[in-house]
Design a protein around this ligand. Structure first.
Ligand code: SAM
Length: 280
């Protein structure tokens, strides 16, 4: 926008949430913003075009995704600074939540452009809200690394957590991830697998990690999945209980590494788990 004095006012970068399955969740303000901007920055233009057609939104679409964000961001920010307004959307839910956008928002903030969220659906909060596990504190892990040291580290972090954790997972990976958690000592923890949220076959399946690992081993889930996992129980973290657990595992012939993982799963701090696991 150009003022009477010829100075330009930067535009606004809107971060717009879109439905995670149920089109009834598309907010009136989200539609209004998508109609008002110069262009919609879409993770997948075909996907967003279908949403726009459904709501009679005729705004031009620009592809903005993991593979072009580095190259596209400077030009988009330049146009924002010059007065254009854009709306960033992802295929579903809230952009930047396991979806592209962080780079663009950071660059827009640095350039003095207003960033305005238009909040709405996100599988993360929908799963948490329906899970029935504590919500006063939680950690979102997104998708766990699939293998190697990064996965081991993420599992260790997850096991040590005293509060609720939320993970996104591909359907084929639900059973292996729950099995890895059970093997590392979190088999007794309460967990909820939230599937196809807001859609026709929405389902919350509840049980312990071990129970659900066994269930999904036999019944590979279909659709989209969020795993919500209870934190390590507080009562198991007192020193006496941890020592007793370490001694019991040692008596069973478990090695230091397994004992350490089990203690982390029970909520011991890293230092305590290491010390007790390596005590003679
Ligand atoms: N930005 C999105 C959000 O705010 O939820 C998440 C994008 S991430 C690439 C996609 C993952 O989110 C899916 O693999 C699944 O784990 C989760 N997800 C998305 N929609 C879902 C739904 N309707 N039910 C359950 N999980 C869903």
């Amino acid at each position: 926008m150009v003022s009477a004095e010829g100075a330009t006012t930067p535009g606004t970068l809107y971060i717009v949430s879109t439905p995670i399955g149920n089109l009834g969740d598309f907010a009136p303000r989200a539609a209004e913003v998508l109609r008002s901007v110069e262009a919609i920055l879409a993770e997948d233009t075909r996907h967003t075009r279908a949403l726009c057609e459904r709501f009679a939104i005729r705004t031009p679409l620009i592809a903005y995704h993991d593979h072009n964000e580095a190259q596209a961001t400077p030009g988009l920010v330049r146009r924002l600074v010059e007065g254009a307004s854009f709306a960033l959307v992802s295929d579903a839910g809230t952009p930047l939540v396991s979806d592209p956008g962080t780079r663009l928002v950071r660059a827009a903030v640095e350039a003095g452009v207003t960033v305005a969220p238009v909040p709405g659906p996100s599988a993360l909060l929908a799963a948490l809200a329906g899970a029935g596990l504590p919500t006063d504190r939680f950690t979102f892990f997104g998708f766990l690394p699939r293998k190697g040291g990064d996965r081991t580290r993420a599992l260790g972090e997850l096991l040590a957590l005293r509060h609720t954790a939320v993970l996104y997972e591909a359907p084929t990976r639900v059973a292996p991830t729950l099995a890895d958690l059970a093997a590392a000592g979190a088999g007794d923890r309460a967990t909820v697998v939230a599937r196809e949220l807001t859609k026709q076959y929405e389902e919350f399946r509840r049980g312990t990690v071990a129970e659900l690992a066994a269930y999904y081993e036999q019944n590979e889930p279909r659709g989209e999945i969020v795993i919500v996992l209870a934190g390590a129980p507080e009562e198991a973290t007192d020193a006496g209980a941890l020592e007793a657990r370490a001694a019991a595992l040692r008596a069973e012939g478990k090695g230091a590494r397994e004992i350490q993982q089990a203690l982390l799963a029970a909520g011991a701090s890293r230092n305590v788990a290491y010390r007790l696991a390596h005590e003679a």
